[in-house]
Design a protein around this ligand. Structure first.
Ligand SMILES: [Zn+2]
Length: 299
């Protein structure tokens, strides 16, 4: 049996696991992401999951973006002390092992493809819908990362070239319609009145499930934007399967039912209409599983 070391780096949590070639986790651990000196915390976490265990043969890292895979550097939005940080080389130096880096949403897609809802799909789009919207593509079992590692940024595909300006500088990005904060923002602008301090996507999902018409409309609007993006991606690269995770996917039926309807309305060509959408089955573990898969592909 060969083992790899999987690492998932986010703005709030660092996670690592020693994983075998079939995806079984031998050991795992987490740490809160410190404000400063993240490398020291990561070093301690790596020691915790590797000491006295079998030696891993490679390291796979999923990290919050933006990143530059050509350079092996990361600049996570929520980690201000890492700007152009040479994460891949630092981890390679620390472990002495071949080290592969990808975006966290790309690792989500790879994890769901390997062990989750997208298992054995020939062409998969993974989408993480939470504060923002990220994504990753897995084509013929391999991640499609792009020259600088930014392939799969589906949250910033425009579904309305005359639409609202997005924080990224673009216009009409799907994130402006379907991310958690934007779902809640639209609902509030249109008369949703949640309890004080409860104006988030989770409360909006509960309101939609209870039949609140504005909350239902907010999810239908968000689902229509996602459907446009999914149909466009399918037309471009012939994806057969979509797996959606992230906090907003926890809304369940109030998101996935309108999404099915909107896809039926938006999609035309037979191969686009054939795309199947699933909710994530690995949840918060998907990105770590994907990081392990990334390492096994390169071990
Ligand atoms: Zn954008």
């Amino acid at each position: 049996m060969t083992y790899v070391l999987a690492i998932d780096i986010g703005g709030t949590k660092l996670a690592a696991a020693l994983v075998d070639e079939e995806g079984s986790v031998l050991r795992s651990g987490t740490r809160p992401t410190p404000r400063t000196d993240v490398m020291s915390a990561l070093r301690a976490l790596i020691e915790e999951v590797t000491e006295d265990g079998p030696s891993p043969e490679a390291v796979g890292i999923g990290c919050a973006g933006p990143l530059d895979l050509a350079a092996g550097t990361v600049s996570p939005v929520n980690m201000p002390t890492w700007r152009g940080f040479p994460l891949r080389d630092e981890v390679r130096k620390l472990t002495g092992l071949p080290t592969v880096l990808a975006g966290d949403a790309q690792c989500f897609a790879l994890g769901e493809h390997w062990l989750g809802a997208g298992r054995d799909s020939t062409a998969l789009l993974g989408i993480v819908v939470s504060t923002g919207i990220g994504g990753g593509l897995v084509i013929d079992g391999m991640p499609l990362l792009g020259p600088t590692g930014n392939a799969g940024h589906v949250g910033h595909m425009s579904i309305d070239p005359s639409g609202e300006r997005c924080e990224c500088g673009g216009r009409g990005c799907v994130e402006r319609y379907s991310s958690g904060p934007n779902l809640a923002r639209w609902a509030l602008d249109n008369g949703w009145s949640p309890a004080p301090g409860q104006a988030d996507a989770r409360a909006l999902a509960e309101a939609a499930a209870a039949g609140d018409p504005v909350a239902v409309a907010a999810f239908e609007r968000g689902a229509r934007a996602l459907a446009g993006m999914i149909a466009s991606t399918a037309a471009a690269v012939e994806i057969t399967t979509v797996v959606i995770g992230g906090g907003v996917s926890g809304a369940g039926k109030v998101l996935f039912d309108p999404l099915e309807r909107m896809l039926d309305d938006v999609a035309g060509l037979a191969f686009v209409r054939a795309v199947r959408v699933h909710q994530s089955t690995l949840g918060v573990h998907a990105a770590l599983a994907g990081a392990a898969r990334l390492a096994t592909l390169h071990a």
